[in-house]
Design a protein around this ligand. Structure first.
Ligand SMILES: *Cc1c(COP(=O)(O)O)cnc(C)c1O
Ligand SMILES: [Zn+2]
Length: 396
């Protein structure tokens, strides 16, 4: 495989065994744990000035901190999304500054592109013929797009409730789509069966070691876009926690490389209709209990059994952050408020982050001087029907 100079291999989060990227492709061969890419940070000489001198043209501007070089990767200039100041929101929340990191500006309209750029790059380097996964929708769309670019076949398992745009675009990219009756866990079971039967290359959440690795670049960009000031808090609409764990890792890396002082508080925001991480956080547990009857309109974060919860909870604890759940009604109201006050289109799922920040602000979590960053993980118009129906229920 073609790898970058400082990239070492993959560390198991559970048994601490270490594997080369050739040896291990997915979960730990010894214990089944999650694998995490590692680097020799002493090898990486990267200053703020070095990064400022590079154009803002996609996530391979952080090539030294990625496992594969740009020339050996499947990329569409994903990343380098804008960080947009929202003064009206800051006033409402009673803090100094609020920014929205708008991941809707990615090639397929969500941050899932960052993870799939790396996961499909790894698959392509191994000469994989087929990738497969189950997804709530956006990851499946990203997988089919990146697979198409790499000339690889894709097999995407979506629950029947997935957004229409996701189903449509999997077809448009030439992906093989299976719509599974039920929820994400049902699609997951169907995908697992098919993957083991056909020996397809999985790009599922925390099955491939590379999705959180791609998403860590969101933090690098936020730090640079704030002129190297570390924000006080980052709010993330949390399902499986891939992006939150990625950003936590990215923040630790920047701190270690001397590219930022300290790390922000990370907050996991969920819907009250499916909040296993928030429940574990509130009970002081090290891992979640599966949520029995997930029921939220926010499909992207309806993950009842997030397998990486110990790592998510560690990130919240170690960063002095927290977890917050709000009802769907409040989440949708937040999406509408942001669209009407700031002009920004944020998805229903993503609005969990805004809604969570709103709730904590009302509960007195902030002192007034903070800079908050909210992740808008996908374009608002991916869930336009949900937002419009919410208005209709209000008679508008
Ligand atoms: C996938 C997704 C999420 C949740 O991502 P995780 O990293 O699994 O927590 C949030 N928002 C949107 C729009 C998504 O597609
Ligand atoms: Zn292991």
């Amino acid at each position: 495989m073609e790898t970058t100079p400082a990239f070492g291999g993959l560390d198991c989060r559970d048994c601490e065994e270490y594997f080369s990227a050739e040896e291990a492709t997915h979960r730990c061969p010894e214990c089944g744990g999650i694998l995490d890419p590692t680097y020799d940070y002493e090898e990486i000489a990267l200053s703020q000035a070095d990064l400022e001198a590079r154009s803002f043209d996609g996530m391979w501007r952080y090539e030294e901190l990625l496992p594969f070089p740009e020339e050996a990767s499947v990329t569409m200039e994903e990343g380098t999304t804008p960080l947009i100041e929202c003064p009206g929101l800051a006033a409402e929340l009673g803090v100094a500054e609020v920014y929205i990191k708008d991941e809707g500006r990615n090639p397929t309209g969500s941050f899932k592109d960052r993870g799939h750029a790396l996961a499909v790059s790894a698959a392509a380097q191994r000469g994989t013929s087929d990738v497969a996964l189950a997804s709530a929708g956006n990851a499946g769309q990203a997988a089919s797009a990146y697979a198409a670019r790499a000339g690889i076949d894709s097999h995407v398992f979506l629950p029947s409730r997935s957004n229409f745009v996701n189903k449509a675009m999997v077809n448009v990219h030439g992906g093989d789509m299976t719509v599974v009756e039920g929820r994400l866990s049902d699609a997951g079971a169907a995908a697992e069966d098919a993957i083991s039967e056909h020996d397809w290359y999985s790009t599922a959440t925390f099955v491939t070691p590379y999705r959180h690795e791609g998403k860590k670049t969101m933090y690098y960009e936020i730090a640079e876009q704030l002129d190297w000031d570390v924000p006080d808090a980052v709010f993330y609409p949390t399902g499986g926690g891939v992006g939150l764990i990625g950003m936590y890792k990215g923040a630790r890396e920047f701190e270690r490389l001397g590219l930022g002082e300290g790390i922000p508080r990370f907050y996991a925001a969920q819907s009250a209709g499916c909040a296993p991480v928030v429940e574990a956080w509130e009970e002081g547990n090290d891992q979640h209990d599966a949520w029995e009857t997930p029921d939220t309109i926010c499909g992207g974060i309806e993950v009842s059994d997030p397998g990486a919860s110990p790592w998510i909870l560690e990130a919240l604890r170690e960063s002095d952050g927290g977890a917050v759940a709000t009802p769907d009604e409040d989440i949708l109201d937040s999406a509408i408020a942001v669209a009407q006050q700031e002009g920004l289109e944020i998805g229903a799922t993503c609005a969990a982050a805004a809604s969570g920040a709103w709730k904590l602000a009302a509960d007195g979590e902030f002192g007034g001087e903070e800079t908050l960053v909210l992740l808008n993980t996908a374009a608002g118009n991916k869930e336009d029907d949900i937002l419009r129906s919410h208005l209709m229920r209000k008679g508008i």
